[in-house]
Design a protein around this ligand. Structure first.
Ligand SMILES: Cc1ncc(COP(=O)(O)O)c(C=O)c1O
Length: 452
């Protein structure tokens, strides 16, 4: 009688002995693994600074997009490294060769992914659930809060539809009141922007600080980094203020995780949603929902019959775990989140990634500052700005007036592709972009501005 494998590696080895190699593994041995080792050595030598092009060129070998033009829209969807794709593909193969037993191993793997995510984001593993994206994370929060007529959501006029669809629905279906705090379009004075924004929220909370709302549920919902204006919000201060006024808080972190350091316990929000297929570069169709342990009783999460039964019997919220909020789904995709965290740590930590993206963004902003017709939507702060005073991260939004249809010309004449319209543009500069790619954009915008 053969022994039951005790570890996943034993199980995998057994499977390959039985079935033979189930995918072409040569590429792993000859290309991917040596490259990962070279990156590891580069980090060990102290590589990975914002200008260390040798290091970032090694890292870039993991990516399949055109390396000359670069990929400039991580803000919509990231490109996954080979290491992540192969890991998810291998696990999917395991499941195909033995769906039932294989699935059990994958769920254990996914639990490890939860632990990796929790360590990256400074949360407890029990506070992390996997979802498919930010939109779904928010929908879980909105349904779990069981909002009723007269409850209150305070949000902004700048949320992405994925960060507000849930509130539009409860407003229309349940009579929940949604208040939009306006975010200034143009930044007159970067130094006072956050103070101005915090004051607008304080005024709003104060306005609703009336007996009518005293017994209602109240929630703050705000993006960590806005999508079209690419600005970073003072979420820690806003969540603290919300708490003082009796609100719970949801932060839409679609762009933050994988772009900047995110410390969930420090931010102090009750709920946080993100899409790991953006800046974390994980498997497509994956996201995270964080529910602070201390806040878990505020949100009921019943998606499975078993959870509903447990609630009926015990009247306490069942622990959800990574799959608590969904029925059966693709655990290999979630394991890809763990592989993406591994890759991030391998290439030199989130702080190095943040510093690299910021340096490239600053290069772009400095290169286009002062062009005729150019206006910054994302403020152009100095490269030396300390992290806690930054009003943005690795995305830059701007307008260019008087140059005809900017987006069309960039695509057709210069083969430069990022989200844009006739006068608005948003460039994502992640660690896999290069100064040369940024300089191509600068040159094209100078040309276009010069024609105006
Ligand atoms: C700020 C923000 N929130 C939410 C979303 C929705 O993300 P997803 O489609 O992955 O749910 C996006 C997408 O770009 C976004 O920019």
């Amino acid at each position: 009688m053969t022994e039951t494998p005790q570890t996943f590696d034993e199980y995998l080895a057994r499977m390959k002995t039985t079935h033979g190699p189930f995918m072409d593994e040569r590429e792993w041995d000859t290309v991917i693994a040596p490259n990962l080792e070279a990156i590891r050595q580069s980090v060990a030598r102290g590589g990975g600074g914002p200008d260390d092009e040798v290091h970032w060129a090694l890292v870039r070998q993991q990516f399949s997009f055109d390396h000359e033009t670069g990929y400039l829209n991580t803000g919509t969807l990231g490109a996954s490294p080979l290491a992540v794709r192969r890991k998810a593909a291998e696990l999917r193969e395991v499941c195909e060769h033995d769906p039932w037993v294989g699935q059990g191993w994958l769920y254990r793997h996914a639990q490890q992914a939860v632990e990796k995510v929790a360590a990256l984001l400074n949360a407890e593993p029990s506070e992390i659930s996997f979802t498919q994206n930010t939109t779904q994370s928010l929908l879980h929060v909105s349904s779990g809060l069981d909002l009723r007529r007269g409850d209150l959501i305070v949000t902004t006029n700048r949320e992405h539809h994925g960060g507000r669809i849930a509130w539009d629905l409860v407003q229309s279906w349940r009579g929940v009141h949604v208040e939009n705090v306006p975010i200034p379009d143009v930044v007159e004075d970067a130094d006072s922007l956050n103070a101005e924004i915090i004051q607008r929220f304080r005024d709003t909370f104060e306005r609703y600080n009336t007996p009518k709302y005293a017994r209602k549920k109240k929630l703050l919902s705000v993006a960590h980094i806005f999508s079209p204006i690419a600005r970073r919000m003072p979420v820690k201060a806003l969540c603290a203020l919300a708490r003082d006024y009796g609100y719970v808080s949801f932060v839409d972190g679609a762009h933050a995780v994988g772009m900047i350091r995110v410390d969930l316990h420090d931010i102090g929000c009750d709920f946080y949603g993100t899409s790991t297929h953006k800046w974390l570069l994980a498997t497509k169709g994956t996201g995270i929902l964080y529910v602070r342990n201390a806040s878990s009783d505020r949100m009921k999460r019943f998606v499975t019959k078993a959870q509903w039964n447990a609630w009926q019997v015990n009247k306490t919220m069942p622990s959800t775990g990574p799959f608590g909020t969904m029925g059966t789904y693709d655990p290999a995709a979630c394991c890809g989140i763990g592989a993406a965290v591994d890759f991030l740590n391998l290439i030199g930590s989130i702080d190095r990634v943040e510093a690299r993206g910021w340096a490239l963004a600053c290069r772009l902003r400095n290169g286009i500052d002062g062009l005729p017709g150019l206006g910054f939507i994302t403020p152009n702060q100095p490269l030396s700005t300390p992290v806690e005073r930054r009003l943005s991260g690795s995305m830059t939004a701007f307008i260019l007036d008087g140059a005809g249809n900017m987006g069309e010309q960039l695509r057709d004449r210069y083969a430069i592709n990022f989200p844009s319209s006739d006068r608005w543009g948003r460039v994502s500069t992640h660690y896999y972009n290069t100064p040369a790619q940024v300089d191509r954009i600068i040159q094209a915008l100078r040309d276009l501005a010069g024609r105006g």
